[in-house]
Design a protein around this ligand. Structure first.
Ligand code: PLP
Ligand code: COI
Length: 341
């Protein structure tokens, strides 16, 4: 198989249409057989639940070319499970885990020419999503749904790769207390767009959202969880019911404890504690671990000791170990890597 002729080392995080995608429909109370299609367009009724009441959830994961030339995915079972949780919360049918994994295998293998080569810094981003395709005009869940999965090759989420980011504390909330913050629903991201544009127009890379009830605790950004490092080299990561349970963050906690012998604490983190930390990172599938150098809250500036030039030493160790596991240069814990090709 010949790879596509792309400038793999200089890719951004944007959509490039690939050859094949997976589609399965839910009708009459059951999922139909899934098919692969070349058509990248979706045609739905004007009154579809997704268009009227935003009934949709999605996932994001990556396929990697490993050092020995295999193509693998990282913990896709966790994405399957999280999508089932999202679907349940949104009163949508769950797409079975085994079928989710089979769909990944099909999408990646039928687009193998688009999987970036080992060492290029790029990866294949896989986007499973599900939406209400059936018509609804009264506010209620639809009767029909579509599950789809496409992929697109991507580079780093933040321009400049591992350059430390400057983020601002948002004046807006991403999710309500007891709301949908813990699920991966498109509506949460629609909610973050206004804050996102304001942050970008003020020269910031991202927003730090605070807890919506008291605005005193750190939650997450629009697309990643936080990890902090204390002066004593311990990891602290915010615990909250209104943040997305990041698979990257949960994997990094394991890596920190079992590979690097670091102490990890998951607990509510007060914004007022930030000056006590020496390193800060954003973790997620797209973000991997992106270092944060500075957090700005109106006239207050918190500069982490790791500075604005490079990743802090603990963040770097976490980054190297996680990406080593994903790219096959470091042995993975049992069950973390699914080999596709
Ligand atoms: N938080 C939000 C709001 C996200 O959109 C994402 C991305 O998926 C994450 C955190 C990171 O989660 P994961 O590591 O599972 O990609
Ligand atoms: C991911 O990391 O997979 C996400 O879905 C985050 C999104 C902001 C791209």
């Amino acid at each position: 198989m010949e790879k596509k002729n792309l400038d793999w080392s200089n890719m951004g995080f944007s959509y490039i249409v690939t050859d094949k995608r997976y589609v399965a429909n839910y009708k009459d109370g059951k999922w139909g057989e899934g098919v692969m299609t070349s058509d990248s367009n979706v045609v739905i009724n004007e009154c579809a639940g997704i268009l009227q009441y935003c009934q949709e959830c999605f996932e994001g994961l990556k396929a990697y070319t490993t050092v020995d030339g295999s193509i693998v995915t990282f913990r896709p079972d966790m994405n399957a499970e999280r999508m089932m949780d999202s679907a349940a919360w949104l009163e949508m049918p769950q797409f079975p885990k085994e079928r989710f994994l089979e769909a990944i295998d099909l999408v990646v293998s039928e687009n193998a020419a688009w999987v970036p080569p080992y060492g290029s810094g790029a990866t294949l981003y896989i986007r499973p999503y599900m939406f209400a395709s059936g018509p609804v005009i009264g506010v209620k869940p639809a009767d029909e749904y579509q599950f789809r999965m496409f992929c697109t090759p991507v580079g780093p989420y933040f321009k400049g790769g591992a350059r430390p980011l400057t983020i601002c504390v948002s004046d807006f909330d991403r999710a309500a207390p007891h709301g949908s913050g813990h699920i991966k629903a498109g509506l949460n991201y629609a909610m973050s767009l206004h804050a996102n544009i304001i942050a970008h127009s003020n020269g910031f890379d991202e927003n730090m959202f605070l807890d919506p009830a008291t605005r005193t605790y750190v939650e997450e950004t629009g697309g990643a969880n936080f990890l902090f490092v204390t002066k004593d080299g311990e990891i602290v990561t915010p615990k909250s019911n209104s943040i997305l349970p990041s698979i990257t963050r949960r994997s990094l906690v394991y890596v920190a404890e079992h590979y690097l012998g670091l102490k990890v604490t998951q607990r509510p983190v007060k914004f007022a504690e930030l000056p006590d930390f020496v390193e800060c990172g954003l973790c997620g599938t797209a973000a991997v671990i992106s270092p944060v150098g500075k957090v700005v809250a109106h006239d207050q500036e918190i500069c982490f000791a790791s500075g604005m030039e490079e990743m802090g030493p603990i963040t770097k160790k976490l980054y190297d170990t996680l990406t080593g596991i994903q790219m096959g240069t470091i042995e993975a814990p049992e069950g973390w890597i699914r080999k596709i090709l």
